[in-house]
Design a binder for this molecule. Sequence first.
Ligand code: GLA
Length: 382
Amino acid sequence: MLVQTPPMGWNSWNTFGDRINEKVAMEMADAMVELGYKDAGYQYIVLDDCWSLPERGEDGRIVANPEKFPHGMKYVADYVHSKGLKFGMYSCSGVRTCCGLPSSFGHEYLDAQMFADFGVDFLKYDYCNFPETAKCRLAYLTMAQALRATGRDILFSACNWGCEDSWEWMRSIGAHMYRSTGDINDTFQSMAGIVQSQLFNHVSPSETNYNANAAGCFNDTDMLTVGMYGNGNVANNAVKQTYREYETQFAYWCASGTPLMMGCDIRNVDDECRKLLQNKELLAINQDPECRPLLRLCNDKNHPTFMRELSNNEFVLFCANFIDGTRHTHFYFPDMGIPTNCGCKIDMTNVITGEHLGAFADTCQFEVPEHGCLVLRCKFVK
Ligand code: GLA
């Protein structure tokens, strides 16, 4: 299987926008290895929109911008591969990409073969400039099949922002991850809005967008902004997030089992955020081999609360506090299928602090700081 657990990597868009080039891609590959990200499990270096010239070449193929990529894309792919990493690129299902460059509508098989010839291992496929009369599901199926027809293993990262209730069908058309949100920016409000949109499905409010999240295909809540601190393409210098806000973001992505595509400049990220992005315990929960979807435990949008079953009979509890002031969170064990007379206690470890909290029965209560979160690894004890 191409994607056994949520994909992990780095994407150029959040920090670089259209300012991508081969130097950026190669330095990110170096940083991935030298600064410990590869060892932590991150694999993909993905170049987003703005890699090409404004028009296709005479042979119909998209042409890499020679100022940005003087040696062509295969050269970059080869370099990334030489570091033991995988290489990702970008196209779009419409007639132009979001930045107005050549896009794959009507060129799916030609473009898929071009990406395969470059040595691409991952294709992000966007949804801008999509013709009114065209069919979204068919367009994504066509590219998924075109990629398969190349015979190369290429992870298909479908990015239609949740349109047409994509969480219901992206798995069936062959996607390996599917964006079901609009674009994130580097603010706490943006991140919180994304989390709320995922836990409270707008079509069926009692559902979440995670029911199809499982090995082979994962619900994607966009690239992380952890570590950007107001710098880069989707940031605003006037609004800087705090470390605690980044911790809440990363903990949510990990606890919910979402793909982890870093968006900061990993060459320069501060030590605190680098350690967060490489936190072994959070990553182990993200990469749990059972890949189960989360189960929402509470209807309060400002205090997203869920459990997620893990392997080895363990489970994780998550709670975040999106509003000002400290929150006192109660967990009532019967909500988790653990009635009062069950004869068990639940042994809990605070994943972020590493503190072993002891064994609880019936209920437990914790303080969650403003914009902070709680991640508890739980197991049964008799
Ligand atoms: C869309 C996508 C973003 C990014 C940009 C590139 O907005 O949702 O993630 O790929 O296009 O133009």
